[in-house]
Design a protein around this ligand. Structure first.
Ligand SMILES: [Zn+2]
Length: 399
């Protein structure tokens, strides 16, 4: 059922279960992206508990609907690889890989609730009347305390592919939509939720402070009820008609909306313009394995230098991952790490190096450390990660 990640990743065990739980209508978009980070107030460690979305409903029950959350971004097993490659307790922190999301959440908050309610009304009216979205494509929830969550089905935006930049696109979409609200209500839009690991309180679970449930509201209730009436409704959970129990998997067929798709594409183009660089660097398997050159300056520095104990393992896994990305086989990478170990007096044992290579190659998809990675930055001679060739390469490829 739930899956705690110990020292090694477990994606092999997860994947068959995932295939069964994939709802058909999401096949085009979800594919490999069915993992979320589930968190609960009474769960040991709170978060870093990666599960298939199909397992979340049962987890909510097992935590008695108290303070349960999940990431609204969905992940592939690349996240498990990332977690397993870290020293110490596996954590999702710092992950920058590709994500997909069934819904764009817009979080409207105000300490007095009423302004947030006014904002939720105006924004949902705008989406229904001006964008003419299908009512089945939007769910509005009272968060249980000070706000509302408007959830927009991402199928409105057309075919949304998994991408590293989806959180940035969402952030920009929220900013554009906030502009549709009058000035004093604009500040109810929470614009801080751009992190891809951000947790969202789950529907029909109890808010730790108010002891009220996060509940879904119909269009009529949103229009007619005041804050007190909504709080009254939230004393009990309410059935979800249009989604599964997590609120993330829709039962409705939703098609592309022209206004939504247009804004999405505009935002996507703007982001690409901002990150595009003139120089295109292509990763290529080195012709001569005796002359390995790393696209990342941090990795190159690690390759060329003596590394103090305490950093050796973290450096070795980064080198192994970089070598896999350069197209070397596990055996070739092992040879290169032995060479590095020898040349720079690193003094890791052959067994340790072999297990590092095993970690770097155990998943179908190689993990790529970001140039912002703490360890790579520590050894990188460049003033900041933006000057690193690999960053340039990544943005030039327009992921
Ligand atoms: Zn770099």
């Amino acid at each position: 059922m739930s899956l705690r990640i110990p020292a090694g990743p477990r994606s092999q065990e997860i994947l068959p279960a995932l295939r069964q739980s994939a709802p058909r209508r999401y096949d085009y978009a979800m594919g490999r992206f069915q993992l979320v980070d589930f968190a609960a107030h009474y769960q040991k460690g709170f978060r870093n508990h990666i599960v298939a979305i199909g397992d979340v409903a049962a987890l909510i029950e097992s935590f008695k609907r108290y303070g349960c959350y999940a990431t609204y971004c969905f992940f592939s097993d690349e996240l498990l690889t990332y977690m397993s490659l870290q020293g110490g307790a596996p954590s999702v922190s710092g992950y920058e890989g590709k994500v997909w999301a069934p819904y764009l959440p817009i979080d409207l908050d105000h300490p007095e609730l009423t302004p947030a309610l006014a904002a939720a009304r105006l924004l949902s009216e705008f989406l229904l009347a001006r964008w003419r979205i299908d009512p089945a494509s939007m769910q509005v929830y009272f968060s249980g305390a000070k706000g509302f969550h408007i959830m927009l089905d991402t199928r409105l935006f057309g075919r949304v592919a998994p991408s590293r930049s989806l959180p940035a696109i969402f952030d920009s979409l929220r900013r554009h939509l906030a502009q549709e609200l009058p000035e004093p209500l604009r500040e109810t839009v929470d614009l801080s939720i751009k992190d891809r690991m951000r947790l969202l309180r789950l529907a029909n679970t109890i808010h730790e402070k108010s002891k009220l449930y996060k509940i879904i509201l119909s269009a009529d209730e949103l229009r007619a009820h005041d804050a007190d009436q909504i709080r009254e409704l939230a004393k009990k959970p309410r059935p979800l008609a249009r989604t599964d129990a997590t609120g993330f998997l829709s039962h409705a067929d939703v098609s592309e909306n022209p206004a939504a798709a247009q804004l999405f594409q505009r935002v996507q183009r703007q982001l690409k313009r901002l990150t595009r660089k003139p120089f295109v660097y292509r990763l290529q398997r080195p012709a001569d394995l005796g002359q390995v050159q790393f696209p990342c300056a941090g990795a190159q520095a690690i390759w060329q230098n003596h590394i103090e104990p305490g950093y050796r393992n973290n450096c070795a896994i980064r080198l192994a991952s970089e070598l896999r990305l350069l197209g070397l086989s596990a055996e070739e990478t092992e040879d290169k790490l032995f060479e590095w170990n020898e040349r720079n007096q690193i003094e890791l044992s052959q067994d340790e190096l072999r297990s590092v290579v095993g970690s770097a190659y155990q998943h179908r998809f190689p993990y790529r450390y970001s140039c912002r990675d703490e360890i790579l930055r520590k050894f990188c001679p460049l003033p900041d990660e933006r000057s690193c060739l690999r960053m340039v390469a990544a943005s030039a490829r327009h992921e």
